[in-house]
Design a protein around this ligand. Structure first.
Ligand SMILES: *Cc1c(COP(=O)(O)O)cnc(C)c1O
Length: 394
C-alpha cells in the first residue's frame, strides 16, 4: 500500500506509541487524585503541557488539552465571540476556505446575531494581511485565518496577519492543525492569540489536540463538570493520548527541517509529473505551500472514481478533504479558489509525509495518468470536448 493521505491522518510514530503504552501501563492514576500515584499522573500531565507549550513558543499555562482540532476551533471561536459580545463587538472576519470546524461554528454564531465576513481567497488560495486590515472595523472582535489549508496546502502569511491584528487590538485565531509539527510556530513572534492543533496530523494519536490561548484571553468552557484544565474543559484528562501527543510533537519539531526538505522534494516531483497530464491544473499556491501537499484538478474525470481506481492499485489518496468525501457537493475550498463545479469534481489530493519514498512517487506517477486516461475514455462529456462540441475549461 502507498499511503498518500497524510492530511487526513498520519501513522503514529513509534515514539508516541511507546510513550502512550508506558503511560497506560504505569501511570494510569487520575491526575486529580491527591495520593502519590495520582500525583505521578499529574506530573506526566504537567510535563506534557510544558513540552507542547515549548514547541510553539507558549507558556504551559496557555495550553488547554482538547479532544482534537475540531474542539479547539469551536472553543477558540466561541470564547472570542463571548469576549466580543461583552464589549458590544459582533463582527468576525474569517475566510471562505476554512475547515468546517471553523465554518460551521461561524454559522452558529451568525444565527446568534454575529456578523461574519468571509474574505475571498483568490485563485491561489491566499489571504493577505492587507485584506484583513481593510476588513477590520470598530466592532470587529475576532479574525480567524487558518495557518495552512488542509485541501490545497496554501500557507497563509500568519505573522503579518498577527501584526495587523495586534496593532488594531483584535483577537487573532489560527487553525494550525495542518501546520503544527510541519511548519515553525512561534505564537508570540507571530502575534497569535488563539491557536488550534491536533495530534493525529503530526504522528500522534487521534482524539486529542490542544488550544493555545494567550494569557489574558479568557476561554469559555464547552463542557461543564469538574475543575480539570482550570475549569475550562471538564472531564478526566485523556492522559495517555496527551502524553502521546507531546512525544509526537516534540519529535516532529525536532526533525521538521529535514522532513520538510525530503517531503518537498517528493512533492515537487509529483507536481512536475502530474502537470504533464493534459487539461490538468495544480490547486493552491505553488510557492507558499505545505511541504507534502499535491492537489490537482483533472478535467473530464470524477474525483470519486479516480480514488476508487487508485485504491485498486493500492494507492490511498483523497479528493477534497476526508470530511467531505461521501457527499456529492464539490469541495468548498476548490469553489472558493474559483474552480467551476464541473472541474472541482475532478480533484485529487495526494499528501506526502517523510515515510513516503522516491519509488512510491514513481508508482503514483505511473498510475495517475493511466487512470485519468481510462476515465476520460469512458466519459461521453470528454468525447464531446475532444470533438469540439464543448469547450475545455482548463
Ligand atoms: C483535521 C483538521 C481539523 C480537525 O481536527 P480533528 O482533530 O480531526 O478534529 C481542523 N482543521 C484542519 C485544518 C484540519 O486539517
Amino acid at each position: 500500500m502507498i499511503y498518500a493521505d497524510n492530511a487526513a491522518t498520519t501513522r503514529m510514530s513509534p515514539g508516541a506509541v511507546e510513550a502512550m503504552t508506558a503511560c497506560m501501563r504505569e501511570r494510569w492514576g487520575n491526575p486529580s487524585s491527591l495520593y502519590g500515584f495520582g500525583q505521578d499522573a499529574a506530573e506526566a500531565l504537567g510535563s506534557a503541557r510544558e513540552r507542547v507549550a515549548a514547541c510553539i513558543g507558549a507558556q504551559p499555562r496557555e495550553i488547554l488539552f482538547t479532544s482534537g482540532g475540531s474542539e479547539a476551533d469551536n472553543q477558540a471561536l466561541l470564547s472570542a465571540a463571548a469576549l466580543g459580545e461583552r464589549r458590544g463587538k459582533r463582527h468576525i472576519i474569517s475566510t471562505a476556505f476554512e475547515h468546517h470546524a471553523v465554518l460551521h461554528t461561524l454559522k452558529k454564531l451568525e444565527q446568534k446575531g454575529f456578523e461574519v465576513e468571509l474574505l475571498p481567497v483568490g485563485p491561489l488560495g491566499q489571504v493577505t494581511a492587507d485584506q484583513v486590515e481593510r476588513a477590520i472595523r470598530e466592532d470587529t472582535c475576532l479574525v480567524s485565518v487558518m495557518y495552512a489549508n488542509n485541501e490545497i496546502g496554501s500557507v497563509m502569511p500568519v505573522a503579518e496577519i498577527g501584526q495587523v491584528c495586534r496593532e488594531k487590538g483584535v483577537l487573532f485565531h489560527t487553525d494550525a492543525v495542518q501546520a503544527a509539527g510541519h511548519l515553525p510556530i512561534d505564537v508570540k513572534a507571530q502575534g497569535i492569540d488563539l491557536l488550534s492543533l491536533s495530534a493525529h496530523k503530526f504522528h500522534g494519536p487521534k482524539g486529542v489536540g490542544a488550544l493555545y490561548a494567550r494569557k489574558g484571553v479568557a476561554l469559555t468552557g464547552l463542557i461543564q463538570g469538574g475543575g480539570q484544565e482550570w475549569g475550562k474543559r471538564a472531564g478526566t484528562e485523556n492522559l495517555p493520548a496527551i502524553v502521546g501527543m507531546a512525544a509526537a510533537l516534540e519529535e516532529s519539531c525536532a526533525h521538521m527541517e529535514e522532513n520538510g526538505r525530503k517531503t518537498a522534494t517528493l512533492r515537487n516531483q509529483l507536481i512536475a509529473g502530474l502537470s504533464k497530464i493534459p487539461h490538468s491544473a495544480l490547486n493552491g499556491d505553488p510557492v507558499h505551500r505545505l511541504p507534502g501537499n499535491v492537489n490537482f484538478c483533472f478535467e473530464g474525470v470524477e474525483g470519486e472514481s479516480l480514488l476508487l481506481l487508485l485504491d485498486d492499485l493500492g494507492i490511498c489518496a483523497s479528493s477534497g478533504s476526508a470530511c467531505t468525501s461521501g457527499s456529492l457537493e464539490p469541495s468548498h475550498v476548490l469553489l472558493a479558489i474559483g474552480r467551476p463545479h464541473e472541474v472541482a469534481h475532478g480533484s485529487l489530493r495526494l499528501t506526502l509525509g517523510e515515510d513516503n519514498t522516491q519509488q512510491e512517487v514513481e508508482e503514483i506517477l505511473k498510475a495517475v495518468p493511466q487512470v485519468v486516461a481510462r476515465l476520460r475514455d469512458m466519459s461521453p462529456l470528454w468525447e464531446d470536448k475532444v470533438e469540439g462540441k464543448r469547450a475545455f475549461l482548463i
